[in-house]
Design a protein around this ligand. Structure first.
Ligand SMILES: [Zn+2]
Length: 418
């Protein structure tokens, strides 16, 4: 680290102490969230100078062989993805409105920027964001011209990543270590290729900042990587204690649960089917029925601890009511399961699946194509269920997220291309 950089870091640290808002780490990280490999560098030497573990540096950048790094390779520095970013005010926007837009508490943003909460901002005025908050749109790198990630996501909700590129690229995207299969093409009126993927947040993921990485191999075999950060904030979820009748308690046997989950995981893990949806999802039944257990409810069975959450939304639908497909799809599974009872699962494409459990019967067969509104099953009380109801579940890349989000808002419009 050069002496100029050290001086800047020290000065930044003093500012953080004076502000007293514990932003030392964020200020240190400013402009140093990545490192570009120089001639003569070794991974061990870089790790040493940056003060990080070499193994962590290798892992953060997907490096298998520590002897194989390239001059010009951009490395994400682990633990420093959380640089202080700035966002520019829109015309007429107050500090309070901007804070709400980027998901930060207005008083926190006011203190950080030395402004009052009610301050009017001039259009384009840069406003600093706390560590861990990325601006909604970040500048690109290399042939990637733009990267859009949300500043914050609520537990159990699904965010989106949008990337624009000058030419077709084979992009590798990860979200908190989870591979995100982005897909895209060139829209008719655009000179750029647009790629999109989902950022599903598990309902029990601890609040905090989580990394998104975007990488591709540029001409000459140079690997380019950029890191972004998304803050996960707490969702509002209830807790529910469930007592099961003795004859059904045996179904909680961990081997039965594990086997069934493995069967489902095999079905819902693919993400290569083309996008089948058109707009927002419909509700899977044609009348309003009350919700008896919302998605994300923390659950305890037979007096046990609250270690699991409700992966779907339960509706008090009487037995015998026909349920329908919320969007176009292909039947990925239609069979009796021990815990979930008679089950139907639809593949809506690009890693988006919906599940319907505890049915009296399935009205479709695996492999069949269905249109939005087509009958797919009949409500019942099969499997691990305490009464007739519909359990509706939505999985993205295998992660159970709030299905109601996609009734209220559309998924991405389908794109041309692969
Ligand atoms: Zn349920």
């Amino acid at each position: 680290m050069g002496s100029g950089r050290v001086r800047r870091a020290v000065a930044a640290g003093l500012v953080a102490l004076v502000l007293g808002v514990g932003l030392w780490q964020g200020l240190l990280a400013q402009e140093e969230t990545t490192y570009t490999v120089q001639p003569g560098d070794t991974l061990a030497g870089i790790a040493d100078r940056l003060g990080v573990e070499m193994e962590a540096l290798a892992a953060a950048n997907g490096i298998q062989d520590v002897d194989r790094i390239y001059v010009g390779q951009v490395l994400v520095i682990p633990g420093r993805e959380l640089g202080l970013a700035t966002v520019r005010a829109r015309p007429g926007e107050s500090l309070e409105a901007l804070a709400r837009r980027v998901g930060v508490e207005p008083p926190q943003l006011a203190v950080l920027n030395g402004l009052s909460e009610t301050a009017r901002l001039f259009p384009g005025q840069p406003v600093r964001l706390p560590a861990g908050i990325s601006p909604p749109s970040a500048p690109g790198f290399g042939a990637v011209t733009r990267v859009e990630v949300p500043a914050r996501l609520v537990q159990g909700h699904t965010g989106r990543i949008v990337l624009a590129a000058r030419r077709p690229l084979s992009l590798t995207v990860t979200w908190n270590g989870l591979p995100v299969p982005v897909y895209g093409g060139r829209p008719p009126s655009s000179s750029e290729w647009i790629y999109r993927g989902f950022l599903p947040v598990p309902a029990l993921l601890a609040p905090g900042a989580y990394p998104v990485t975007v990488a591709y191999t540029a001409t000459g075999g140079v690997s380019l990587v950029r890191g972004f950060s998304v803050r996960v904030v707490e969702g509002v979820y209830e807790a529910q204690r469930i007592m099961l009748p003795p004859d059904r308690s045996t179904l909680l046997d961990s081997q039965i649960l594990a086997d069934e989950l493995a069967r489902l995981r095999a079905a819902w893990s693919r993400a290569d089917t083309p996008a089948q949806w058109q707009g927002p999802f419909r509700m899977p039944m044609d009348a309003d029925y009350p919700t008896t257990s919302a998605y994300g409810t923390r659950r305890s069975y037979n007096g046990g601890p609250f270690t699991s959450y409700h992966a779907g939304q339960d509706f008090a639908v009487p037995a015998g009511v026909t349920i329908t497909a919320p969007a176009d799809g292909i039947v990925a599974l239609a069979e009796p399961l021990q815990v979930r009872g008679n089950a139907v699962m639809l593949d809506h494409g690009r890693g988006v699946f919906t599940g319907y459990w505890h049915l009296a019967e399935a009205l479709v067969q695996a492999g069949q194509a269905v249109k939005a509104g087509d009958p797919i099953g009949v409500v019942g009380n099969t499997g691990l269920s305490t009464g007739p109801h519909l359990h509706w579940e939505l999985r993205i890349y295998g992660i159970a997220v709030d299905p109601m989000q996609f009734v209220d808002e559309p998924l991405f419009p389908p794109l041309p291309g692969p």
